[in-house]
Design a protein around this ligand. Structure first.
Ligand code: AMP
Ligand code: MG
Length: 412
């Protein structure tokens, strides 16, 4: 199979997976989930015209010429219902959120008035009809769709849901995710330190990347480069909605991942993507699972997760914004291109008055994980580029944060 471009590989993945079905969740547990149903307003809010200020409810005709003195006939607090009609020459003292009495059509805020006696007030400002009144239904109208299926549940959305008294509602399920490391050289967290071995960092970095999306993954452990052992682990992993396997996906003689997952009935969609780091990236599906064969190199594994697994998991969870947010930054130093491959360079972002400034986190060797640990963003160097000069504007993908965007956001 030939090399796919990054955007093509993402398209293949998104076409091959399906969104999860929905489950019911309580408002209190719903932050960051995605609505699986439309939410409608069950009342008008405010329920009637209310005052937007502390002040006096007046007839606008009465305040056409000011100053004018009006008779105070009632005090209306929030939660009270007015009992009297405002006639010519009259007004009511009114508090923010209190219903505007019949006859009144404007509110004069208290700062523009002067109380003369317990029953009279001088109005200093004119006001047209509707002044400082929040009309009935301004916030929501009974029966209106307030929030559509597919809405990401942010704190603001939670507030709106509470207003609509939505205590329990449908959200998209989160996929179950399993993580498997492969390689004879790997040492598990609980194993004694062996100077000849390599600590398994991928499982933990991937775990955290999955957790950052709101999913608690299962760590399956380390499979040796042995077809029988690998098959056992992969069988187990295929019981999850998504299986992330790192290592063993190249074409070395001991890279058994590909033949073994094919033997288990996984339909492979691709094996190579024209990116750097992360060239040996594999993806396949069964009827119930999606399998990502991530490169063993720790940086490559994390970068491939960002570019390919993040959009997939977010799609499964019902999100419409699948991609990391991109911003434009000025390059602090020249960077080389990686002929024919889209490259993702780990950068730190600082800012000056002109905007973001991007500078490399140091060696870009795909084995040096500190370059990722220090990174705020990935600088995307298009495959066709001949390198980028210092001071040029570049596109960078922000690595943290909860804000995503609908489009892929970089050119190749
Ligand atoms: P592979 O893709 O299996 O050829 O592995 C490429 C490189 O990544 C090798 O140097 C491996 O030792 C290293 N590697 C593979 N898996 C892991 C892992 N889970 N944690 C840290 N390094 C790994
Ligand atoms: Mg290996």
């Amino acid at each position: 199979m030939e090399n796919l471009r990054a955007s093509e590989a993402q398209r293949v993945i998104l076409d091959a997976i399906t969104r999860q079905d929905v489950e019911s969740v309580s408002l209190e547990r719903s932050l960051s989930r995605v609505l699986g149903e439309d939410i409608r307003a069950n009342r008008d809010l405010p329920p009637y015209d209310v005052s937007a200020m502390d002040g006096f409810a007046v007839r606008s005709a009465d305040v056409a010429g000011v100053p004018v003195t009006l008779q105070i006939i009632e005090d209306i607090k929030a939660g009270d219902m007015p009992s009297r009609v405002i006639h010519a020459g009259q007004c009511a003292r009114i508090m923010t959120g209190a219903p505007v009495p019949q006859g009144a059509d404007a509110v004069i805020r208290v700062e523009d008035t002067q109380v003369i006696s317990p029953s009279s007030v001088q109005i200093g400002n004119t006001a047209s009809a509707g002044n400082d009144i929040r009309p009935q239904g301004e916030s929501m109208r009974n029966g209106d769709v307030l929030l559509k299926k597919g809405t990401e549940i942010t704190p603001g959305v939670i507030g709106v849901m509470a207003t609509a008294k939505a205590a329990q509602f449908a959200v998209f399920r989160r996929p179950s995710v399993a993580i498997l490391s492969t390689g004879n050289e790997l040492e598990g967290m609980g194993d004694p330190v062996d100077p000849n071995k390599i600590p398994d960092s991928n499982a933990y970095a991937l775990m955290a990347q999955v957790q950052a999306l709101g999913i608690e993954p299962v760590l399956l452990g380390i499979a040796r480069d042995d077809p029988v052992e690998l098959e056992q682990y992969l069988r187990l992993g295929l019981q999850y909605d998504v299986l992330l396997v790192s290592g063993g996906t190249s074409v070395g003689v001991h890279d058994y991942v590909r033949p073994t997952i094919e033997k288990l009935g996984v339909q492979m969609k691709f094996w190579r993507v024209a990116i750097r780091p992360g060239h040996p990236l594999a993806f396949g599906v069964t009827n119930t699972s999606a399998v990502f064969g991530l490169p063993g190199n720790p940086v490559s594994s994390m970068v491939c997760f960002e570019e390919f697994v993040v959009p997939a998991l977010r799609h499964m969870m019902g999100h419409r914004r699948l991609y990391r947010r991109t911003v434009t930054a000025r390059l602090a130093h020249p960077v080389e291109s990686s002929q024919g491959r889209t490259s993702f360079i780990r950068v730190q972002l600082t800012g000056d008055s002109a905007g973001y400034v991007a500078s490399s986190t140091g060696t870009q060797s795909s084995g040096v994980l500190l370059s990722m640990a220090r990174a705020d963003a990935l600088l995307v160097v298009p495959a066709g580029s001949n390198g980028i000069a210092e001071g040029e504007d570049v596109t960078v993908q922000l690595l943290d944060g909860t804000v995503f965007q609908e489009t892929i956001g970089f050119r190749e």
